[in-house]
Design a protein around this ligand. Structure first.
Ligand code: IMO
Ligand code: MG
Length: 413
């Protein structure tokens, strides 16, 4: 399918980060959301931070799908984890800025980030010291762990005070032992917590829906659905640079399980990448820039975390890593001096590999015209050639309108 085709009329499109997150997915989703009917988040929680600049206003989204700014129906699927306090703050913020949240829909199967998840994420990272993952400390890992352990609390549980109290009690019997004896922090008190979450339930009730059914019906009715992946391919729990990953499936396939639709329903996948690479937190990063140039890239790109404000680590575009996401040809030199075209299957090889660079001419001109400067255009063409993919959109700045569409058929904005 051509780039223009993808952008014109595809019923179910997945947008996915092709690096370690922060690729600018929110901006691309926002751009395509205008012509879509439904925008859905399928994984992760408030560890995501999507910044959208529209009409001079900056919006920072945490749980909320990026379609909210176009007034579209927005779904938070079963594969997500939700921190009710953070989500309610987001709702209030949008409402106070005149953006309706009336069409937001929450899956009752999404798991709830509870205060003990935050406490364990924070204390656990502290305890790991130098070995820490560098998580966003938003309780993501412990929440997904409890989901798999079948000790989790789902959004639907919040609406029955008796069940809620019982589930909190069962969880606390175990979590408080951990908190006090393993991490040496204060235990959590049942009554105050149950009351607070019953309060959250009142506020969340209007948003609860059977989101799998809703998306399925929309697709059957021929509506256009955007499925917005959070984080990035290399942070995927199964295929990323484990253990330096997040705890959910970030790859496109996660959209089907995270929403509750079959894989044959997906029509197109768009991967989002930057012209360079960033990574937040610990973990191997072969093309990380050494020396003062890293700081220069960070400042030019405004590479500071949306969620934690941390400095993002910056590196040159890594075609091997991108190939792992989109099938390309490039090379790494392994410890024994051999060259490889493949993303190393073994974590230690990835830790020790050295990139083999190709240097392309840069450009100094601002990217605010209707066309890319020659050197920038050649850079994009080089990436297209190496990856054997079509680059359909090139973002040139944070604002909504700073994007160039490519290809002969590219449609007008
Ligand atoms: P968006 O959607 C960048 C990273 C964290 C950490 C690791 C695990 O904004 O692109 P977690 O809190 O998820 O357990 O942390 O994953 N990480 C991200 N880095 N952008 C993100 O999301 C990220 N989500 C998680 O920095 O290294
Ligand atoms: Mg982010």
């Amino acid at each position: 399918m051509t780039a223009a085709g993808i952008l014109r009329a595809v019923p179910a499109t997945v947008i996915v980060g092709a690096q370690w997150g922060d690729e600018g997915k929110g901006k691309i989703v926002d751009l395509l959301a205008r012509d879509s009917d439904l925008v859905c988040r399928y994984n992760g929680g408030p560890n995501a931070g999507h910044t959208i600049v529209a009409d001079g206003e900056t919006y920072k989204l945490r749980h909320m799908p990026s379609g909210i700014l176009w007034g579209k129906e927005c779904v938070i699927g079963a594969g997500c984890v939700v921190d009710p306090g953070v989500f309610i703050e987001e709702l209030d913020e949008f409402e106070s800025r005149g953006i309706s949240t009336e069409l937001v829909r929450l899956s009752g199967n999404a798991h709830v980030i509870m205060p003990w998840h935050l406490a364990i994420d924070q204390a656990g990272e502290r305890r790991l010291g130098k070995l820490q993952i560098g998580t966003t400390r938003r309780g993501i890992g412990p929440t997904y762990a409890d989901k798999a352990y079948r000790l989790g609390i789902r959004l639907q549980d919040l609406f029955d005070p008796k069940i809620l109290r019982q589930k909190i009690e069962v969880a606390l019997a175990e979590k408080n032992v951990w908190l006090e004896r393993v991490y040496g922090v204060d235990p959590i008190e049942l009554e105050e917590l149950a009351g607070r979450y019953e309060g959250h339930a009142q506020r969340l009730r209007p948003y609860l829906a059977d989101t799998s059914l809703l998306v399925d019906r929309a697709l059957r009715d021929g509506k256009h659905v955007l499925l917005e992946g959070a984080h990035g391919t290399l942070l995927d729990i199964d295929h990323g640079t484990y253990p330096f990953v997040t705890s959910s499936p970030t790859v496109a396939g996660g959209a089907t399980t995270g929403i509750g639709i079959g894989p044959t329903r997906i029509d197109a996948v768009i991967g989002v990448t930057k012209a360079y690479v960033t990574r937040v937190g610990a973990g191997p990063f072969p093309t990380e820039i050494e020396g003062p140039e890293q700081q220069r890239v960070r400042e030019l790109g405004g590479e500071f975390g949306t969620v934690t404000g941390r400095e993002r680590r910056c590196g040159w575009l890594d075609l091997i890593a991108l190939r792992y996401a989109v099938r390309l040809n490039a090379r790494y030199e392994l410890r024994d001096g051999t060259l490889t075209d493949e993303f190393p299957a073994h974590q230690s090889d990835f830790h020790h590999c050295r990139p083999v660079y190709e240097t392309l001419p840069g450009w100094g001109e601002p990217l605010d015209g209707d066309e890319l400067p020659d050197a920038a255009r050649r850079y994009v063409e080089f990436v297209e050639h190496e990856l054997d993919v079509e680059v359909c959109l090139v973002g040139t700045g944070a604002e909504r309108e700073r994007v160039l569409r490519r290809g002969a058929e590219a449609i007008a904005g």
